[in-house]
Design a protein around this ligand. Structure first.
Ligand code: ZN
Length: 189
């Protein structure tokens, strides 16, 4: 679907909610919304695997690598309203490491789609597990969901925390605790 037909749908929505798409303030709104939606869902056109493949290095490092507080902005697939927060990503390499900036890119690729927080957490963890073949991976996402806050479903200021632990992060309690306590320092706000 090109941007013009997306804009036409937005114009239809404006009509349906009782607005006048022809009034001055709304004349360009359908095109703007179409552009914004294209941007917020551009992850569909990006391949997470190739984001990582471009920056893999062989390295004899076997301690935990933790990247904290990666900002992300996504859209919940049930209401197409934003959920946003921080991602914390950790892994213990076996023989391959990945450029740190690529972890931020990876989170972005999965966030710029219609998502549920649980699936996004698992997707980030499993692509790292597949691509890096590390000893383990841990991913924690903390987010505010506007679909809950704006519709009054949840108490204000509540945050949702999801985590996926694979390999030693799942089997080794000490490893998981080390990561969780590092991530928890970022969770306070
Ligand atoms: Zn929702």
């Amino acid at each position: 679907m090109n941007s013009d037909s997306l804009a036409a749908h937005v114009r239809g929505i404006l009509d349906e909610i009782g607005e006048d798409p022809k009034r001055e303030g709304l004349v360009k709104t359908p095109e703007r919304v179409a552009r914004a939606l294209r941007f917020l869902t551009k992850g569909y056109g990006e391949d997470p695997q190739s984001v990582l493949n471009g920056a893999l290095f062989t390295e004899d490092y076997s301690e935990m690598i933790v990247v904290k507080d990666l900002d992300f902005f996504s859209l919940c697939e049930h209401h197409i309203l934003p959920f946003f927060g921080k991602a914390h990503v950790a892994y213990i390499p076996k023989h391959k490491i990945v450029g740190i900036s690529k972890l931020a890119r990876l989170v972005e690729v999965y966030a710029r789609r219609l998502q549920v927080q649980e699936r996004m957490t698992a997707q980030i963890a499993s692509i790292l597990m597949e691509t890096l073949d590390p000893q383990g991976v841990g991913v924690v996402l903390q987010a505010e969901h506007l679909c809950m806050r704006m519709r009054g479903v949840e108490k204000q200021n509540s945050i949702v925390v999801t985590s996926t632990m694979l390999g030693v992060f799942r089997s080794h309690q000490e490893t998981r605790h080390e990561f969780m306590s590092l991530a928890a320092n970022g969770i306070r706000r």
